[in-house]
Design a protein around this ligand. Structure first.
Ligand SMILES: [Fe+2]
Length: 471
């Protein structure tokens, strides 16, 4: 028996690969298909099933392409009715993978089709339960994403309480809980950075599993402090219920090399967005194509694209470090941005060699920022972290302008003023600075190292408030 957790940091997502005696199964695959096909090939196994815990909101899963290539059966739980062929499993139904069995447990709440899968090994033992977004480590799935006219988030939370109490908490205490997400995902609000745990330990430490918790208390706890989901979530749910462009076609189109002159022409078109995906150091040092947004692949790339690029069908061209072009296209498609037209051949060097102008973002160290703030020579200083991070602790004299809401709040920005932006470590502030510049703000400076470095400068901070008490 082989069970592997496949963790993808950018999305804080966990897919699973199961193999036994020549048969394999994948739980919650990402959009691309090759890694799973390769794993099965190495094991000499046939992928028999693709199990989905639910229609994901935070990424587009690749079950349709994977099923087409492997002949595997796609399994969802009750209430799932997508536009492609599936086996709609029943609560309690058992699926055989080699010498193993996987039992479907219908666990509605996060969404109504949400299901968990219980692994039963050759000896009849139950070592693992794959809980999807029903139970995370330290948290449970948010119950507000599948709200309908006749189903409130309190109704969904009530279902989640019943699912946890009746289907999950009744399993053996030593069973390993394998969830679909970890810390950093917007599918919950208080997830641990651990990627698995025993159920027994979760019963002791997870607020949502407290033994004496009433249903009413649970509903209040899980619905309090929820922030609006990122704007791309609705689109990803819709795509996960439908049939989309194949990943091979997306990769083929997206990895088209574009020469500097053509790239310039395309970058000047109103309906084309340029994204610079290189590391923040290289981007800051070498400059970029005028009008480009910086969203680096070394970071929460896909969720930031999803949060900031409003149109899921946006035409995108990009700048990448050489050799990472296909990775960029795949990572864009994982959140449904399938309309990537190509990349700058020869990266920024070819752009410069062709004699085209580059734009640079101003940059300063945390110490320079602290000194400038102290001597009163700073026009506007903004902290682009989330409101909860800002409220927990921030530099006195710096206003909060969260990157998450940069577009809806942009009317507050005066392009004639000079802005100094910081975040936690320098990734989000560089994204924000690039968008400021692309929107006509001429003087914008990014603070390297962000709040992490600012804390070492002796700059005046507000008192620290534990973020969980702010929820
Ligand atoms: Fe989810």
């Amino acid at each position: 028996m082989k069970v592997e957790q496949l963790f993808t940091g950018c999305l804080a997502e966990m897919a699973y690969y199961i193999h036994s005696n020549g048969e394999a199964a994948i739980i919650d695959p990402l959009r691309e298909t090759e890694p799973y096909i390769e794993m099965a090939k190495v094991d000499g196994a046939k992928i028999k099933y693709i199990f989905l815990t639910h229609f994901h909101a935070d990424f587009v899963s690749g079950q349709v392409d994977l099923a087409k290539k492997t002949g595997a059966t796609i399994v969802f739980g009750p209430n799932a009715d997508p536009a492609y062929n599936i086996h709609q499993g029943k609560d309690g139904e058992i699926f055989k993978i080699g010498d193993l069995k996987l039992q479907l447990l219908h666990t509605p709440g996060h969404t109504m089709e949400s299901s968990s899968y219980l692994l039963i090994d050759e000896k009849g033992k139950k070592p693992y339960v794959f809980t999807g977004d029903c139970l995370f480590i330290g948290d449970v799935g948010r119950p507000d994403l599948a709200v309908k006219s006749d189903l409130t988030q309190a109704d969904l939370a009530g279902h989640l309480y019943d699912s946890l109490r009746n289907k999950i908490m009744t399993l053996p205490d030593d069973i390993i809980v394998y969830p679909n997400h970890g810390a950093g995902s917007a599918c919950g609000k208080n997830m641990s950075s651990e990627t698995f745990d025993t159920l027994g330990n979760q019963k002791k430490t997870n607020y949502a599993l407290r033994a004496d918790m009433t249903k009413e208390e649970f509903i209040v706890e899980v619905t309090t402090g929820l922030k609006p989901p990122p704007q791309y979530f609705g689109n990803n749910v819709r795509m996960n219920k439908g049939v989309n462009i194949s990943i091979d076609e997306i990769i083929h189109k997206g990895t088209t090399p574009i020469d500097a002159d053509t790239f310039k022409e395309m970058s000047e078109k109103k309906d084309i967005l340029v994204i610079d995906t290189r590391t923040k150091e290289i981007y800051a040092e070498e400059g970029t194509v005028p009008g480009a947004w910086y969203i680096g692949v070394e970071g929460g790339f896909a969720p930031w694209v999803g949060s900031l690029v409003k149109d899921i069908n946006q035409k995108i061209i990009f700048i990448a470090e050489e050799g990472r072009e296909q990775e960029v296209v795949i990572r864009l498609s994982r959140v449904g941005y399938d309309n990537t037209l190509g990349y700058l051949r020869g990266s920024i060097h070819s752009w410069k060699a062709a004699g085209h102008k580059v734009d640079k973002i101003g940059s300063m160290s945390a110490t320079q920022f602290a000194n400038k703030l102290k001597n009163g020579s700073m026009q506007v200083a903004l902290d682009v972290r989330k409101e909860s991070e800002y409220l927990s602790e921030h530099v006195i004299g710096v206003e909060n302008f969260p990157l998450d809401f940069i577009h809806s709040n942009f009317a507050e920005i005066n392009p004639n003023k000079e802005y100094f932006l910081h975040c936690a470590t320098g990734y989000r502030s560089l994204i924000a600075a690039s968008i400021f510049q692309a929107n006509g703000v001429k003087k914008v400076t990014d603070v390297r190292g962000g709040f992490k470095d600012l804390k070492d400068t002796g700059v005046k901070l507000t008192d620290y408030v534990c973020p969980t008490t702010l929820l």
